[in-house]
Ligand binder design. Sequence first.
Ligand code: 5AD
Ligand code: FES
Length: 347
Amino acid sequence: MNESIVRLTQTRDLPDGELLALISGPEWEADLAQAADAQRRKWYGTDVYVRGLIEFTNYCKNDCYYCGIRKSNGKADRYRLTEEQILGCCRQGWTLGFRTFVLQGGEDPWYTDERICRIVRAIKGEFPACAVTLSIGEKERESYAAYRAAGADRYLLRHETASDDHYQMLHPASLSLKHRKNCLFTLKELGYQVGSGFMVGSPGQRPEHLLADLRFLQRLQPAMIGIGPYITHPDTPFHDRPSGDLHLTLRMVSILRLMFPYALLPATTALGTIHPRGRELGLQAGANVVMPNLSPVGVREKYSLYENKICTGEEAAECRSCLESRVRLAGYEIVTARGDVKEDIHD
Ligand code: 5AD
Ligand code: FES
């Protein structure tokens, strides 16, 4: 076993140069995955947590250059789910064994704080034992506080890239990394279990940017870290930029498991999109969460952040059982539990 990997496992940290070598070195992929899998088993056994993902609006006021639902994409067929439709997804999800519902959408002002709070209260009222995760972008502290008071438990907001120059390359001038980071720290202060993360292989990304992502996450100490490859979308300014690399993504998943052994790390849909067994490989590289789609089949194609997204034609139950067997074949077990983050225990 590579000596840096042993030390990373023991101390959860390495000097910049050694981390960069692991990030950049294809030769370490198998060793990293082996060490990461051992660490995941120590903390979580073979448990894999499921989160039911409800993509409730693809309207977005932002214009991120990489994203298929950016406001300038006139070809996007826009939709919003009603409160009753969202609750319908949750009811179906509950029956299928989901105990976490993730409400994800573009930054859509139609869903005022009042509406979001109503939806959260309705879900928690009907399913008090579930966890509600919001993934609706950058908001004011007061809004985050209101959602929390309404019952939201968790919040996902990827930082996307922790380097200013790179952030500006990926986003229009109206968006800033500073504001996004502030949002993340505010969410933590408000008592959310916070998820952050980044895309791997986004245009202009270099290994130094990935290193900066790891350093930022060390400061933030999130409960959840979602990463996936950047995938080209034809109707964006980055239509001619190549998608991110499977192997680099897998190495990053393993490095994250070793640096944040207690974290909840999803094997993402993007990973499953760039390779037919991408999510299984993600689990074997250290991931311990999967997020099947609970959105109504009629809208799934429309929530097109990137090209060829998987699971858009499946019913919720099919997706659930498909994932169940994929997870089992990979050597793990889906569990029906809220799947809260484990308290960090230093050993
Ligand atoms: N490829 C991969 N991931 C993307 N996301 C948005 N656009 C793309 C793309 N083209 C990711 C972002 C965002 C999450 C919801 O989806 O990281 O935070
Ligand atoms: Fe959705 Fe396989 S996980 S169909």
